[in-house]
Design a protein around this ligand. Structure first.
Ligand code: SF4
Length: 370
């Protein structure tokens, strides 16, 4: 398999405490045993392995710094990481940081500019919506600090190049129009929307039953805002559904039938499965064999049967999904949302009814444009 994304978990802790977080609040405990951040030695191993991976596969891959909160990585180590990645990999191996925005400062922005690194900020909409879930350890809201971070980027002379967008976790009880208008007012070039994590043992917050459609209705209304807007930001999930309905491909896992090859590297250098699996059961993202960037070549890990098997779970095994007329668009949803404690992943997504609603709605409106 050719690696297309490398997720670097550079910090295992966070400076805020979002109630829905899959790292800390869904039952996985590995973060407690991880170093708080990558050491300089591990960062050097990561750089060496990524340079080798590019030599081996001669194909670009994206590198995303993730956490926890990735900006908790001490700045001297972050500088080494970003500078070395910039020096040793071609520019089309793009580098991005997914941050909550709170620790953005001008030095960081200068570093991003020097090393051709972009930022995406996690934020769930207007203050009342965001602060219902994205809170500090004392329960206080985080909205003002995140927006201050975004404004700091926009004041920077290269801010437009650095800020690529926002990442919003959907609260189905919120008004999609308000959330859409909020992101328009922030003038971010793109927004991606994620559904909250959940499975058959624990339904996602805001979803009353397996066959309820709160998230589907929310996203369908957002689509109406989007399609009616003459100057919209890019909205990745809606673009993906639209493209897939028109016969194209998605750019993200969890929809469509592509196979995304994602390597995750933890703060101690361990190579893990897709980290979103943490929300199913403790240790679900761990391989039986402990691979590490200290000793294992990433191209060899990606070629191993255990890694290929873990990537293939992107394709649903439930006969309900395999015979579904929407499979080519829906893709069965993210594997974590198919998980049941007794049947594992062999189920449709808990968001099945939501996907049917929103994909049907988008298909109907696209027909008007034919
Ligand atoms: S999750 Fe539902 S809509 Fe999606 S492919 Fe499976 S059965 Fe079809």
């Amino acid at each position: 398999m050719q690696v297309d994304t490398v997720l670097l978990k550079v910090a295992s802790r966070c400076n805020i405490d979002c109630s829905y977080c899959y790292v800390y609040h869904q039952g996985d405990t590995n973060w407690q045993r991880m170093p708080k951040h990558m050491s300089l030695a591990t960062v050097h191993d990561v750089i060496r392995q990524l340079a080798t991976l590019y030599e081996d596969q001669q194909h670009p891959f994206a590198i995303v710094l993730h956490g926890g909160e990735p900006l908790l990585l001490p700045r001297n180590i972050l500088s080494v990481l970003l500078q070395e990645l910039s020096d040793r990999l071609p520019a089309f191996c793009c580098r991005a940081i997914q941050t909550n925005g709170i620790l953005i400062d001008d030095d960081l922005l200068d570093l991003c500019l020097r090393t051709n690194t972009t930022l995406s900020v996690s934020l769930d909409g207007p203050a009342d919506i965001n602060d219902a879930f994205r809170i500090g350890f004392g329960g206080e809201g985080t909205h003002a600090r995140a927006v201050a971070g975004i404004e700091r980027v926009r004041r920077h002379p290269a801010g437009e190049r650095i800020l690529t967008g926002a990442l919003c976790v959907v609260d189905p009880e919120s008004e999609p129009q308000r959330v859409y208008e909020f992101f328009k007012s922030l003038a971010v070039p793109s927004v991606d929307f994620l559904f909250k994590d959940g499975n058959y043992a624990k339904l996602p917050p805001g979803k009353a039953a397996i066959d309820s459609t709160e998230y589907g209705k929310w996203l369908a209304t957002l689509w109406d805002c989007y399609i009616g807007d003459p100057d919209p930001p890019r909205v990745r999930i809606l673009d993906d559904f639209g493209r897939l309905l028109l016969g194209g491909a998605s750019v993200k896992e969890g929809r469509g039938q592509g196979t995304f090859c994602i390597v995750v590297i933890d703060t101690d250098g361990t190579i893990t499965k897709n980290d979103t699996l943490k929300s199913t059961y403790d240790g679900a993202d761990r391989f039986e064999r402990k691979w590490s960037v200290a000793s294992d070549r990433l191209s060899e890990v990606a070629a191993s049967s255990a890694f290929i098997e873990s990537s293939q779970i992107q394709h649903p095994t439930s006969t309900v999904c395999q015979t579904c007329s929407l499979l080519s668009v829906c893709g069965g949803g993210m594997p974590l949302t198919r998980w049941h404690p007794e049947t594992g992943l062999a189920n449709p997504s808990v968001y099945c009814a939501d996907y049917k609603l929103v994909i049907g709605h988008i298909r109907e409106t696209l027909q008007w444009y034919r």
